[in-house]
Design a protein around this ligand. Structure first.
Ligand code: IPE
Ligand code: IPE
Ligand code: MG
Length: 262
């Protein structure tokens, strides 16, 4: 049986998947190609994973494309990544729209060229009413930046007298974060073999199931994603409850999806 034909009960699928797409450079190096060839090849994996999420009716997919620390890379590599981002948006936005994908970009976009900022805004506008898949691209994104911008927004509200410090709890805080309207990621995937978060969604990953694979991002496809989904489906999420409590919640039908316990 083909792995892509794997059956996973809908209620055991994650609602939100977050991916650190790592290993492009090593993929290229193995082939004696420049690192930039790995980034180009990585775009194909992005397309495949989006298509597979649509097929599996996943609600949200968040992809880490460029971290706030990636500016430290050689200038030619950074330029190529920016060009690739712009060219991919130009080529793919219409197709995303036709497929009902809602596109959003999170991160500090002030650092991007005006042309890229415009493309991002146009893509977000065009797809804003779509409901099939919430696709978020994290670019010039850092989890610490996200927490800081939320803190600043709350501090400004307090300074304006619109909010009391006592009213700042987890819910009020979450509302200021970039992914406020989405369920927190259920499944975190990192390709490339490293086992770290690298400043991705720090607040939002508190109870996310972590999955690390040695597969390099350009080699990651629908079958690799199904492997991750299968692994996720086999886990019991507890959110601090005991295993027995979770089993009771499931049998009482209090929660229909494993992601709904919290
Ligand atoms: C991930 O691949 C892409 C970005 C960070 C933009 P890398 O470029 O980090 O690939 P490796 O880790 O060097 O193999
Ligand atoms: C994380 O990968 C960022 C992205 C995939 C965009 P890195 O390759 O930059 O992470 P580190 O530097 O190995 O932690
Ligand atoms: Mg890397």
């Amino acid at each position: 049986m083909e792995v892509s034909a794997v059956r996973i009960d809908d209620e055991r699928l994650p609602r939100h998947i977050a991916i650190v797409m790592d290993g492009n450079g090593r993929w290229a190096k193995k082939r004696f190609l420049p690192r930039t060839a790995g980034h180009r090849a990585g775009v194909t994996s992005v397309r495949k994973v989006i298509e597979h999420c649509l097929k599996r009716r996943i609600e949200a997919l968040t992809l880490f494309a460029f971290s706030s620390e990636n500016w430290r890379r050689p200038p030619q590599e950074v330029s190529l990544l920016m060009e690739l981002f712009l060219a991919t948006l130009e080529r793919e936005t219409e197709k995303l729209h036709e497929n009902g994908v809602r596109l959003r970009v999170i991160g500090d976009r002030v650092a991007f060229s005006p042309a890229l900022q415009e493309k991002i805004a146009a893509g977000e506008r065009l797809t804003s009413e779509n409901t099939h898949l919430n696709l978020t691209i994290a670019a010039n994104y850092g989890g610490r930046w996200d927490i800081l911008q939320a803190t600043r927004a709350l501090a400004e509200k307090v300074a304006r007298g619109e909010l009391c410090p006592e009213d700042i709890g987890p819910d009020a805080f979450k509302l200021q974060l970039t992914l406020a309207d989405l369920p927190e990621p259920d499944l975190f995937i990192r390709t490339g073999g490293e086992q770290r978060i690298s400043n991705f969604l720090l607040w939002q990953l508190a109870y996310t199931e972590l999955y690390f694979t040695p597969a390099l991002w350009p080699d990651f496809d629908d079958q690799s994603l199904d492997q991750a989904l299968k692994d996720y489906a086999s886990r019991q999420r507890r959110f601090g409850y005991t295993s027995e409590q979770v089993e009771d919640l499931v049998s009482e039908n209090v929660c229909t999806k494993t992601s709904e316990f919290r």
